[in-house]
Design a protein around this ligand. Structure first.
Ligand code: AMP
Length: 189
């Protein structure tokens, strides 16, 4: 299966992506994780991305698309993948469509995790204490939510119109959300 997981920052995308991908035996590809690893290694991509990430802004499409293009050229994605945090802009959707069309494939499903805004803010503030991510301060969290609402939320409608969107509630314990997601993806097949 070729899947995306979408939802606002703090919806639990990363956690769910890892578990669901494991269940389906496909790699989970998180652009945020790749950027954070690049920052930690001090690569050129990391240096270019860091300022945007720390401000809660999106890394420019040119950098992000190139990185994803390279990642999706690797062998392990041939049998499917679960993208987490990409695409986030309309321009990224177009690039992804192009990459998949070149291979005569397309997305099977887009899983939307829905969570209330105040719940995601409190989850992110809790995560800040545990993980110490530099973009988990209250101001930056609010900015990330704004950017999500402006640039990424509109993609949900686009995928709904394509008939591939599956929505589940991201509230509650991790295992319950996973069950809901797996059932919803199964019944949508
Ligand atoms: P995430 O871990 O998915 O919340 O991503 C953390 C940060 O990485 C985001 O706030 C952006 O700065 C950057 N990022 C991750 N994915 C993308 C993307 N698809 N487009 C632009 N920036 C991204």
């Amino acid at each position: 299966m070729r899947l995306l997981i979408m939802g606002p920052p703090g919806a639990g995308k990363g956690t769910q992506a890892a578990v669901i991908a494991e269940r389906l035996s496909i790699p989970a590809i998180s652009t945020g994780d790749i950027f954070r690893a690049s920052v930690a290694r001090g690569t050129r991509l990391g240096l270019q991305a860091k300022g945007f990430m720390d401000a809660g802004e999106y890394v420019p499409d040119s950098l992000t698309n190139e990185m994803v293009r390279e990642r999706l050229a690797e062998d392990d994605v041939r049998g499917g993948f679960l993208l987490d945090g990409y695409p986030r802009t309309l321009a990224q959707v177009e690039v992804l469509d192009g990459i998949l069309a070149q291979r005569h494939t397309k997305l099977d499903r887009v899983l939307q995790l829905s969570v209330e805004v105040e719940e995601v803010v409190s989850r992110l503030l809790r995560r800040a204490e545990v993980e110490g991510r530099t973009d988990d301060t209250e101001d930056v969290i609010r900015r990330r939510l704004e950017v999500y609402a402006e640039q990424t939320a509109p993609l949900l409608e686009l995928y709904a119109n394509r008939g591939v969107l599956v929505q589940v509630s991201g509230d509650g314990p991790v295992e319950e959300v996973t069950e809901r997601a797996v059932v919803a993806l199964d019944s949508a097949r």
